[in-house]
Design a protein around this ligand. Structure first.
Ligand SMILES: [Zn+2]
Ligand SMILES: [Zn+2]
Length: 275
């Protein structure tokens, strides 16, 4: 009697890839193991956290030269925009920065919007590989741990306009927020902030235009849900901070005690896009 065919998991995986060759959608190497999303383990492990100097306030990644010019005290650097807006008092530059600039207290991003991290975000967002939200959510939670504030009452994803969400089928920020909520054990308020005005994509717009484009686009339908709360706002990419600012404005108007921002990636604004 023939022995029953017993193939180990790796043998089945090899057979599977032989019959249905699948490439990693990021590095295009053949996938050896079938996973929930067509991305190889190397690519999932590749993104590294930013370890350079960042603006204390808005989290912009700074070159070491810019950081030196901006140092108010050891270990604290500001980008040009946040530095210009720092309050001058008694000839000493205080670390307090006016709320008029950013309605959020602080923002931090996991890494630069480039290379594998950028590809992974695009695969989640444009190809709809939702299982990627889990590993990416873990990266985002790491970014949130770099914020000065660590005690949050509510976690809110930057909302899409309902029409845009219907087209895409999901909101990537909400998928990421759901994972971060589990990692950091913060209650999620996925419906506590809504987009009431559809806006054209921010891509290609200059800083001032970006602010104008999203001004008043967000609303908090039940202010009592955010009143007095410390909110951690979640998004995939932060460029000038205009969207996070508009969202934070709506949350502050509704009575939030403070808004902090965590994003996966930091995109470099175009050279002429100074904010
Ligand atoms: Zn790969
Ligand atoms: Zn800054």
């Amino acid at each position: 009697m023939a022995a029953p065919l017993r193939l180990g998991r790796s043998a089945w995986d090899s057979l599977f890839t032989l019959l249905f060759p699948v490439q990693c959608r990021v590095c295009e190497q053949p996938l050896e193991v079938f996973t929930t999303a067509p991305v190889c383990a190397d690519c999932l492990a590749a993104p590294q956290p930013y370890q350079g100097i960042e603006c204390f306030r808005c989290g912009r990644f700074l070159s070491s030269g810019a950081a030196l010019r901006g140092s108010a005290r050891q270990g604290t650097s500001y980008c040009g925009v946040c530095r210009r807006n720092a309050v001058q008092r008694d000839g000493v530059q205080r670390n307090a920065v006016q709320h008029a600039l950013f309605a959020f207290e602080q923002a931090r991003s996991f890494g630069a919007y480039e290379g594998t991290l950028q590809s992974l975000i695009q695969r989640l967002k444009y190809d709809g590989y939702r299982p990627l939200a889990k590993p990416l959510g873990r990266f985002l939670a790491e970014a949130a741990r770099r914020l000065e504030e660590q005690s949050f009452d509510l976690l809110i994803p930057v909302p899409l306009h309902p029409r845009r969400q219907r087209q895409r089928g999901f909101n990537q920020a909400a998928l990421l927020a759901a994972e971060v909520s589990k990692f950091l054990n913060i209650p999620s308020g996925a419906k506590d902030c809504v987009r009431v005005r559809d806006t054209r994509p921010q891509t290609g717009l200059r800083a001032a235009e970006r602010r104008k484009n999203v001004a008043g686009a967000f609303d908090v339908p039940e202010p009592e849900r955010v009143r007095g709360r410390r909110v951690l706002l979640i998004d995939d990419v932060l460029t000038t901070g205009a969207t996070a600012h508009a969202c934070a404005q709506a949350l502050r108007k509704a009575g939030a005690r403070g808004v902090w921002v965590g994003t996966l990636a930091r995109a470099h604004p175009a050279r002429d896009d100074v904010l």
